[in-house]
Design a protein around this ligand. Structure first.
Ligand SMILES: [Zn+2]
Length: 296
């Protein structure tokens, strides 16, 4: 797999490349604007030029995945908030498209005071319009719905939610799924043992189709299986554990897929000095790669 982490774009999106290299990434995840604000200054020609130069200079650092802002909610029953969310999501997709990013991942949304079905239909409406309106501005950027933990009225905690959206948005190679290990586990799908992992993958395949998984978020989970609580833990320090991640790392179906950490990049070590947790987590994941057995 192509492993990496969430990387800061402070000072310009192009700066993520050098940082990702320092963080030992093969691939990386960025926000292209403040993740808690609606509006963003459009990219300047220089922003794009610097970024494209970095793509050429760091040609082996790929794919690049973008994460959309958290407050976007295209499942909202409030027409004003829905339109505001839609425009923000469209802007995110077009920004990702301008950079030539491979993926843009967003949270499907929360149905709030409406119903699950109304929420799903609101997302479908957004996806249809989005595919049509970004056909030329982001033709090579795959729009990924993230699997969610199933907290509150959040949609995406059941594979069936994502299947419904993908089926009804119309067939498109530009729509896919970002599989977040912490969220899927918290939503009740076990991945800790080889048997549980295979059962979850078989279920995903039956309901959605494994070919729809385009990228991964690799986070361990502070909370137990099926609690619906979304709290990321460092790799091997949560309820999923190293054995769970070994199932993904050694699955040949994901050999070319990217997987990104979303945890805090540093924490205090026992001596009080900061530890680079991207280095630690990526090293822990790489140590799980099993040597391919010689055929004899
Ligand atoms: Zn995630």
């Amino acid at each position: 797999m192509r492993l990496g982490a969430h990387i800061s774009t402070a000072g310009g999106a192009y700066k993520a490349f050098g940082r990702a290299r320092d963080e030992t990434c093969d691939s990386f995840l960025i926000f292209t604007k403040s993740n808690r604000q609606w509006a963003a200054k459009p990219f300047t020609d220089d922003d794009i030029t610097f970024y494209k130069n970095a793509v050429a200079e760091y040609a082996d650092l790929k794919p690049v995945s973008v994460h959309a802002a958290y407050q976007i909610n295209v499942a909202s029953p409030d027409p004003e908030l829905w339109e505001k969310s839609y425009q923000a999501l469209k802007d995110e997709v077009e920004r990702a498209g301008a950079l030539g990013a491979d993926f843009i991942t967003f949270h499907p949304g929360s149905y709030m005071a409406s119903s699950e079905q109304e929420g799903l239909d609101a997302i479908v409406r957004a996806m249809r319009r989005l595919l049509a309106e970004t056909e030329t501005t982001a033709p090579d950027t795959v729009i990924c719905l993230e699997t969610m933990a199933g907290q509150g009225t959040n949609l995406g905690g059941k594979f069936e939610h994502l299947a419904y959206i993908l089926e009804n948005a119309g067939p498109s190679d530009r729509l896919g799924v970002c599989f977040d290990t912490c969220h899927v586990f918290a939503a009740g799908y076990d991945i800790r043992t080889p048997e549980a992992y295979e059962a979850t993958m078989a279920e995903f395949d039956r309901v959605i189709g494994l070919h729809k998984i385009r990228c991964f978020h690799f986070n361990d989970s502070i909370h137990e299986l099926g609690t619906g609580k979304d709290r990321h833990a460092h790799i091997g320090r949560g309820q999923i554990g190293l054995d769970g991640f070994a199932n993904f790392i050694n699955d040949p179906r994901w050999a070319d897929h990217c997987a990104h950490l979303e945890t805090e990049p540093t924490m205090d070590g026992e001596d009080g000095l900061p530890v680079n947790m991207n280095h630690a987590n990526l090293a822990a994941l790489r140590a799980l790669i099993k040597a391919v057995e010689e055929e004899g």
